[in-house]
Design a protein around this ligand. Sequence first.
Ligand SMILES: [Zn+2]
Ligand SMILES: [Zn+2]
Length: 325
Amino acid sequence: MKDNALDVSAGAPPGGPPGNLLGGTMEWRAVARVLRSPARAACSVFDDLVTTFFPADCRACGASLLRAEFSPHDIPICDLCLSQLRAQSQSIASALCRICGEALGMESDRFLGNSPTEGLLCTPCRMAPPAFDRAVAYGVYKNELREMLHLLKYDGVRSLAKPLAAKLAQAILMLEREEGWTGRANVISVPLFAASRSQRGFNQAETLADEAMSLLRKHRPSWNLKTRHSLLRRVKATESQFNLSDKGRRRNLVGAFKVFDETNALAGADVLLIDDIYIYTTGATSRACSQVLRRAGARHVWVATLARAQKEQVALWDSGARDFG
Ligand SMILES: [Zn+2]
Ligand SMILES: [Zn+2]
């Protein structure tokens, strides 16, 4: 099977220039509008007619959205925005840490002397290796991907779960390609605290995991992925990670997660831990979850997230409080 069979953004232009890691949402929206206007002007008469009857705007870029442009998934995102979703390999020029996926930038030069089997590691992974074996992510947490994840997570646009999960599935396939992973694992999503979950109505990590699993079961029938979200629970209401230091983030999560594994399903087993986003160099949430899973007997923990926020992005977030929700 070609891996891009999982790609719902049909017609996406291949490659494309590496994007700026940073950049505010408002700016790229404005740029997107200007870039798209000539093409749109050509069929504006038709557009005007149709949008009179079916008025809708793309929820990511604000461009007028033709009914005919709704994808088969019926999502309120235009084809162009969908096609702009980029894998990390297409938008980051620098090497990534072999374990956690942090962009190494200048660091990669310093550590080029490492043996090829060891690979390049970021400073946190060298100083205190995480309890997980490897964290993979689909794309950089910015622009369209960030916008779509916000729509799913905070505005409850559940129809976006399927196309986003297709991207998450692509990240999981990296484990097969690069680690020789054979798809035998318990699949567990990073839990929300019970009160937050009932407030939101769903756990976006769990929804993304379930949708990605139903895709992968079709595309990889030989894999054996058992969904067991209930084995891991968040037992402590944690404060927002936003205003905390690295150390504060780690301390905030001490005792936050607990494994409830009465049937010993985890003993000697592999775990695929799923989250919507992996934030910051310390990867505090993934580290904390992996620790309790390993302590409960898991042999290996692999982490897959839809998005990856790199350190330099986090440093510049202005309205980032929601991003740690
Ligand atoms: Zn759009
Ligand atoms: Zn690392």
